[in-house]
Design a protein around this ligand. Structure first.
Ligand code: PLP
Length: 420
């Protein structure tokens, strides 16, 4: 593995590689086909689905950042998740966490229904469930840590230790932290998956995915499948994603600094019943987060007091947070997982995963956090969640009380503002 630091790898990989014109930034290669050098003599590339220079630079950069031997760039994050399942035959068992991303859950359960694999769903955050894996003897164990949306952690080392005992592979969805903050391969994971749509691209303008294999043989098998089923990423998407990746480290630093301030603000709010953020000491796995992560990330979830109507009134009154799916862009997004990102799960499974009607998820952006807090404060004060008022009623109250003091007791302290 490279001795360089991750921020340097992210910025420098592929720079000055153009021998022909000396372009500093890797040029964009849109051609779908490449001429043969001679009869039966292929050049490095022949056809765009099988190989492309922009895709390759992105794949090599991500592989190096994750500490793997081979990267494969896919058209979407779901294509990357699907690619990992190509390692399974119909008699093989896949163990998945009960609270993984709703789209992954829907894919895994659909493949099981068609008899393409056997599936066991477990709460992998509970150490007592890890022993069950030894009896199940799966081919692949899937983990997602921190999980989407309530940021539960799975002990990566504990899972890979069990996996070794029963000969299973471990795949980890590292979308929520990105290689800037967590490297599952360091803890023995075999495949890392990303929705590059999120932090890796970071600008909410490309949908993409990546699979990084810890070893070459596994990587070659997955690359063969990616070409075979035709899910490789587009050149321009790869170009843009690499451009986003250049600033991953600085973006993540600001995302998590803002997220920490917002998590503390929410924890002190009378309108919030629970906050989920691994950076808070109140998070049940705060110590594990410190062991296996290099930061706590930019995602914060919380349960608002009241019911779904309070959640709806709150979500539709904000100005600095867009009500939208996805995460990891520079702009703050907010969503209601039960009706948005996790709507694909059946209600029982969703509730078991902790995704109730009052759960709200924030992808904290890199704006000035003072503006974000001011917006949250204004809307809490207007909607007064949990106090039986609905939006229409709240609007009138707000008009009457426009001049009055906000109810929040949260104050930005020097510690919050130190790095601004
Ligand atoms: N994995 C996680 C954790 C996600 O949050 C998502 C999308 O939200 C995906 C995978 C799927 O990625 P994509 O939407 O790029 O297909």
């Amino acid at each position: 593995m490279s001795q360089k630091n991750k921020a340097t790898i992210a910025v420098r990989k592929g720079i000055d590689a153009d021998k022909h014109h000396g372009a500093v930034v890797p040029p964009l290669h849109l051609s779908t086909t490449y001429s043969f050098a001679d009869f039966d003599t292929k050049r490095q590339y022949d056809y765009g689905r099988s190989g492309n220079p922009n895709r390759d630079i992105l794949a090599e950069t991500l592989a190096e950042l994750e500490g793997g031997e081979k990267g494969i760039i896919t058209a979407t994050g779901m294509a990357a998740v699907h690619l990992a399942t190509q390692l399974l035959n119909s008699n093989d068992t896949l163990v998945i966490p009960h609270d993984c991303y709703g789209g992954s859950y829907r894919l895994f359960t659909s493949l099981e229904k068609r008899g393409l694999l056997k599936l066991v769903v477990l709460d992998l955050t509970k150490v007592e469930n890890h022993q069950k894996i030894l009896e199940i003897k799966p081919k692949l164990i899937w983990i997602e840590t921190p999980s989407n949306p309530i940021l539960r952690l799975t002990d990566i080392k504990a899972i890979t230790t069990i996996a070794k005992q029963c000969g299973a592979l471990v795949g980890a969805d590292n979308t929520f932290l990105s290689p800037a903050l967590q490297n599952p391969i360091e803890f023995g994971v075999d495949i890392v998956v990303h929705s590059t749509t999120k932090y890796i691209n970071g600008h909410s303008d490309v949908v993409g995915g990546a699979v990084i294999a810890a070893n070459q043989a596994l990587g070659d098998e997955l690359a063969w499948w990616a070409n075979n089923i035709g899910i490789t990423g587009a050149p321009f998407d790869s170009y843009l994603t690499l451009r986003g990746l250049r600033t991953l480290n600085v973006r993540l630093r600001q995302h998590q600094e803002n997220a920490f301030v917002i998590a503390q603000y929410l924890e002190s709010s009378p309108y919030v019943s629970q906050v989920y953020y691994p950076g808070l000491e109140s998070h049940p796995q705060h110590e594990l987060a410190k062991q296996q992560q290099r930061g706590f990330g930019g995602m914060v979830s919380f349960d608002i007091k009241g019911d779904v109507n309070d959640a709806a009134a709150f979500l539709t009154s904000l100005e600095e947070f867009s009500l939208a799916e996805s995460l990891g862009g520079v702009e703050s997004l907010i969503c209601h997982p039960a009706t948005m990102t996790h709507a694909g799960m059946d209600a029982t499974a969703r509730l078991e995963a902790g995704v109730g009607d009052t759960l709200i998820r924030i992808s904290v952006g890199i704006e000035d956090v003072k503006d974000l807090i001011a917006d949250l404060d204004r809307v809490f004060d207007k909607v007064k969640p949990g106090q039986g008022q609905r939006l229409e009623a709240s609007k009138k109250v707000v008009q009457q009380e426009q001049q009055s003091e906000p109810t929040s007791s949260f104050k930005l302290t020097p510690a919050h503002t130190a790095l601004w």
